[in-house]
Write a protein that binds this ligand. Structure first.
Ligand code: SAH
Ligand code: SF4
Ligand code: F3S
Length: 444
């Protein structure tokens, strides 16, 4: 047995890829461990989306150099791999800045890890693999192994939208949808291992076209599988939300009433400059249609403050949109100028302090809305899929239909149980529940 430590940065696609790397390496005798210090292999699965995320990798690599030296003193070899979007974007530059790294593999090439590892240590071995292969990586991956009752299933990768701020089209390449039959086979394999909830993931998942009727049809097909209790999908682009997918929110009971639908800004001028290809009103109308289809739908979003040229009035338009929609939760970021993206070289870059001040005003509002949404759940009964042990002994944690973390005293329940919980307390980021046997209703 050899010890493998994978540290994952970034989005759900990376979480999925990390799990698949563990699946690929398991037949070679690697089992996952929490501590990098004693590991035989450490993989950093990196994110390039903002400067801070990318720079974190180098500080981690600095620490890992010491772990690697300590391993060598004990006569052990620690193989250090940089994977993910920084690997894709920076390639050989990583080896220049951190020569103790053994391998650099991009998100499209990690399926070759077993083969590449074989060559590590040989002087002429290939150390950077960041090509976009002709054969989709999924064809090279083994059947997915489940880890708990909830699983990510990648159905789409890459992005053709080229939002002006975003590195993803460059790090993940052109949009690719997996054929529906392949997705169904992976879903069956996961259900057979006890999975009850599947989240379909993709950089722009609702651009999925591997089934004739797009993502809506894929969801309907998946919902017909025995044992499929819950379905979700993430992340979606507003302009790719079609009628069939909206209808799925009305028609597919397993599709949970929660949708992450990034708006980025409430200003039409900023949205245009971002190349988002929709207006703030398009977003409002879309939310109206989604809520008509599924009245208890909880919404989540991403926002960027300080996009080049953003004025105070334009930022105010974002606050107005937030106030109107009432998000159950949301992520917000200061604009980060990323090398190679059109927005990085736009004139009128906004001062960091201004973007930061706007971010904190926006987050105050979003946090207040999230707390209000959580408070509105108190007294309701929600079905919760318990998926892990809590921080305190005897406590379990699960997810509500609206993605809220819910804590409960375990009692007779076990991870994997779908239980009705009466919500007795709301916190900023979670709920507390007690077990009941009554039927569940959704939050307002
Ligand atoms: N595919 C998703 C987004 C993936 S990136 C979508 O289209 O919505 C996740 C979020 O990071 C984005 O929604 C955006 O809000 C933020 N983001 C991306 N690039 C950024 C940048 N250069 N600076 C700040 N935030 C950024
Ligand atoms: Fe990036 Fe835009 Fe594609 Fe999302 S839709 S991954 S923000 S380019
Ligand atoms: Fe980051 Fe790559 Fe995901 S840049 S957000 S890990 S697609």
């Amino acid at each position: 047995m050899r010890n493998l430590h994978i540290k994952t940065f970034g989005c759900q696609m990376n979480v999925y890829d990390s799990a698949r790397m563990a699946d690929l390496l398991a037949p070679l005798g690697y089992r996952s461990v929490d501590d990098p210090a004693g590991a035989d292999m450490v993989i950093l699965n990196t994110c390039h989306i903002r400067e801070k995320a990318a720079e974190k990798v180098y500080s981690d690599l600095g620490r890992l150099r010491l772990d690697k030296q300590a391993a060598a003193r004990d006569g052990r070899r620690m193989v250090l791999v940089v994977a993910g979007c920084v690997a894709q974007a920076e390639g050989a530059e990583i080896l220049r800045r951190a020569p103790h790294v053994d391998l650099v593999v991009g998100p499209q090439t990690y399926a070759r890890l077993p083969d590449l590892l074989d060559r590590v240590g040989r002087t002429a071995g290939e150390r950077v693999a960041t090509e976009f292969p002709v054969m989709p990586k999924f064809d090279l991956l083994p059947e997915p192994r489940a880890d708990g009752p909830s699983a990510f299933l990648s159905v789409q990768e890459g992005c053709d939208r080229f939002c002006a701020f975003c590195v993803v089209p460059y790090t993940r390449g052109a949009e690719y949808s997996r054929p529906a039959a392949e997705v169904m086979a992976d879903a069956r394999a996961l259900l057979a291992q006890g999975v009850r909830e599947i989240t379909l993931v993709g950089q722009n998942v609702n651009a999925y076209h591997g089934a004739p009727g797009g993502l809506g049809d894929l969801l309907r097909e998946l919902a017909s599988l025995d044992g499929m209790d819950r379905l979700r999908y993430t992340t979606s682009h507003p302009a790719d939300m079609d009628d069939g997918l909206i209808a799925a929110h009305r028609e597919v009971p397993q599709l949970m009433p929660f949708l992450h639908l990034p708006a980025q800004s409430g200003s039409d001028r900023v949205l245009r400059a971002m190349n988002r290809r929709h207006t703030a009103d398009d977003y409002r109308r879309l939310v109206d249609r989604l809520r008509a289809a599924r009245p208890d739908l909880a919404l989540s979003s991403d926002f960027i403050t300080g996009f080049p040229g953003e004025t105070e009035a334009e930022f105010q338009a974002t606050l107005d949109l937030v106030a109107e929609i009432g998000f159950a939760q949301a992520y917000s970021f200061k604009f980060s100028a990323r090398p190679g993206t059109p927005a990085a070289t736009l004139p009128d870059q906004v001062a960091d302090a201004v973007a930061g001040e706007r971010l904190s005003r926006l987050q105050d509002r979003l946090n207040a809305d999230q707390e209000a949404f959580n408070r509105a759940c108190v007294g309701r009964v929600l079905p919760v899929l318990l998926d892990r042990a809590g921080r305190h002994p005897g406590q379990l944690v699960g997810r509500s239909p609206h993605m809220q973390a819910v804590h409960v005293a375990a009692g007779a329940a076990r991870p994997g149980d779908l239980v009705d919980l009466k919500i007795v307390a709301a916190h900023p980021n979670s709920l507390a529940g007690v077990a009941v046997a009554a039927p569940a209703r959704a939050c307002a």
